[in-house]
Design a protein around this ligand. Sequence first.
Ligand code: PEP
Ligand code: MN
Length: 360
Amino acid sequence: MNKNRFASWGFDLDRPLVVSGPCSVETEEQVMTTALQLKDYDVDILRGGIWKPRTRPNSFEGNGEKGLPWLKAAGEAIGRPIAVEVANPEHVEACLKIGVDYLWIGARTSVNPFAVQQIADSLAGVNIPVMIKNPINPDLKLWLGAVERIEGSGVEKIAVIHRGFSHFGGSMYRNQPIWPIPMDFRQERPDIPIICDPSHIAGKRTLLFDVAQRALDLGFDGLMIETHMNPDEAWSDAKQQITPERFHQMTIDFRQRNKVVDDEMVDELRKALFQLDQILLEMVSERMEVVREIGQIKKEKNIAIYQPQHLATAMREKLEEADQLGLSPEVITNLFTAIHNESIRQQSEVFYGKKFADTV
Ligand code: PEP
Ligand code: MN
């Protein structure tokens, strides 16, 4: 691994720095039990969400200030410093008052220069270490700008966190990782440690390991992984949180994993997969031929390309079939949305020619 840049923060590690703990501090007992379960594992900083920026209202938005002493006590019980997300000066003040060790700025906040500047102003003369998540949109300059604003207040220890980017249409990820962006960040600011947050990139447990391993292969300095004593019952981000035990196994596997698969059975099965993928590709291409023919008729008869009614019926049918086949409705919705988007693009090409199709 590349030299770990957290050495300048006082961590003497021969492995990546690890921040772990629950997405949200839910109850005193939940954060304490989770922390105690993490105690003997490779965790350097205990995290816990106190104010939760949820995408839609009427979900659990955190305990607010009342949760801070619970997290603080959990950190003390296992002898680890604690980290909390802050989104405004009031959050900063509450954290400083109770003695939070590290702050982080979330993706929905780092996107907003006004908000970041307000946080920076509230940190003047404080010099607490701050971790800054990438903004939700893939804008390297905005990310760099957030770092510069916090630096401007005199904070000396700054790290950044790649947690993926919002995207339109289907994706296997909750937030699309765009690896060249953190890599470019590293080119611009080789002095700043970079952490990967595979939990918010993956959005589900099954993908977590691969995303984390990828980050380590790319020389990230640390990982932020959400853990919970009972992930299925978590009040936020239930699908992506893992038990401390599973987290521990994961950290062991990081070290033991062979980078190259050398297994005859896997090779054989992969050949079969390759052929199936080929068939899928040909079927999509065949579908697009029919789509273009329909596009031609729509154009001649002056019919709109987008037919929401037809789409809704088709999607409903697919979901019923998917259910019978034991396939995830989410994945099938994403798959057919992607195919439908490509169909719209193909018909736009029939209508307007290649030049405009992508912008329609
Ligand atoms: C979190 O870490 O729980 C969180 C809200 O993350 P993000 O800002 O990456 O969405
Ligand atoms: Mn979360």
